[in-house]
Write a protein that binds this ligand. Structure first.
Ligand code: ZN
Ligand code: ZN
Length: 411
């Protein structure tokens, strides 16, 4: 019979970093019970029964585990020909291995915005694989020839991309968008991703292209609202983003080319922006070496330089900003580099909130993750150094990351 004893962990001699307030406490303790934060306080820790494990962290900093709100754990290669040989099982094994590396970098929650499914989330949940909490949206909706339609030009089969592991699915027209949305929510999607502008990784569209009509986007938003879920859109430019914001989407991914009108709309709708600067930075540096197709590589220049300026303008205006990375294949190892890029325009406390408090709000998991509040999941990082003084502490896990704790268990 399974034991009914609560699983407890007492962490002592830690300074607690609360991202909401940007406050770092004096020496403190924190107790986790059954995966949740049960109590914390400053000064001497309460006496614990002998069978409760105690982790003395020697004065190090403890903060909530990080949240990456834009990942694709399924995209473990740039090589489409190679991936065509993979079975769903093999693709999933690779995806879960990448998920484990994400956890070991300090991300205790990731939001997958295209590709991950309920089976992967279940495997992580049940402990069959080690990894972060996986919040998934199933497959992203793409119009024919859009960012999620990765058929080679010689392939006329329809419907596209349904029979194999893929980050997207094609749906054209209001009825097909409704049906696809319902199908993703049937399979447990926490949100719906809709691709409303061209993209970099898709070889056959232009970044400046507008994808989907207002009616199709609105249909997706209505379906999401009916399911108590939300829509997030992939888009770079105002021509794509503004229609989506007016249609009621909750968040915008990338946004590298947005103008001040878009920033006004983000504020007006209390929407979220998830810049993913690191993926363009990495693709520009290493894209050719890691097998990026030449047609995609050429498109990086359209968005790369503009991304930082868009982030800076959105930050100054007070837009809700969330940490995202959008890395593919071997570039996943740069998942923490986004911290260094954002540090060029944002103070450390704000960057930290984008990877904790604000990300939790976007995911509608406020009070559950991204916080040290009592009752939250005991997802914790222990680091050597103070991220409020140098956010780079989080980007150097080999030197600084002492412990990753997920649901009250040391990884
Ligand atoms: Zn995208
Ligand atoms: Zn993406």
């Amino acid at each position: 019979m399974p034991s009914s004893h609560p699983v407890r962990l007492l962490i002592t001699n830690a300074r607690l970093l609360h991202p909401e307030s940007g406050e770092l406490t004096d020496t403190s303790w924190l107790e986790a019970v059954d995966g949740r934060i049960a109590a914390h306080g400053t000064g001497r820790a309460p006496a614990a029964p002998e069978d409760v494990p105690v982790l003395d962290v020697g004065g190090a900093t403890m903060l909530p585990g990080l949240i990456d709100a834009h990942v694709h754990i399924l995209l473990t290669t740039f090589d489409a020909k190679e991936a065509a040989d993979w079975t769903p099982g093999y693709a999933t094994a690779r995806a879960l291995k990448e998920a484990e590396r994400m956890l070991r970098r300090g991300f205790t929650t990731v939001r997958d915005v295209g590709g991950a499914d309920h089976g992967m989330a279940r495997a992580l949940d049940e402990g069959l694989a080690t990894g972060p909490r996986l919040i998934y949206g199933g497959r992203a909706l793409s119009q024919s020839g859009g960012h999620g339609d990765l058929r080679p030009l010689g392939d006329d089969s329809l419907p596209c991309c349904q029979s194999r592991p893929s980050f997207g699915r094609v749906a054209d027209g209001v009825d097909a968008v409704r049906a696809a949305a319902r199908d993703e929510f049937r399979k447990g999607a926490s949100h719906l991703k809709v691709l409303v502008s061209g993209g970099v990784a898709s070889p056959h569209d232009e970044v400046s292209a507008v994808q989907y009509t207002d009616e199709e986007i609105r249909a997706a938003v209505v379906e999401a609202e009916h399911h108590n879920r939300y829509v997030t859109v992939h888009a770079y430019h105002s021509r794509g983003v503004n229609r989506a914001l007016r249609a009621g989407v909750r968040s915008v991914e990338h946004g590298n080319l947005i103008d001040d009108e878009t920033i006004g709309l983000l504020l007006e709708h209390d929407a979220f922006l998830v810049p993913t600067l690191v993926t363009y930075d990495q693709m520009a540096q290493f894209g050719r070496r890691v097998g990026m197709p030449e047609q995609s590589y050429k498109k990086i220049a359209d968005v790369h330089e503009a991304g930082l300026s868009a982030l800076e303008r959105a930050y100054r205006a007070g837009v809700n900003l969330v940490y995202g990375t959008d890395l593919i294949g071997p570039l996943h190892s740069a998942q923490l580099e986004e911290f260094n890029l954002r540090a060029q325009v944002q103070p450390p406390a704000d960057i930290l909130r984008s990877a904790t408090t604000t990300a939790a709000r976007l995911l509608r998991m406020e009070g559950e993750i991204g916080t040290l509040a009592v009752g939250a999941h005991a997802d914790l990082l222990v680091v050597d150094g103070n991220p409020l003084e140098d956010i780079g502490v989080l980007a150097r896990p080999q030197q600084s990351l002492l412990h990753v704790i997920k649901a009250g268990v040391v990884v």
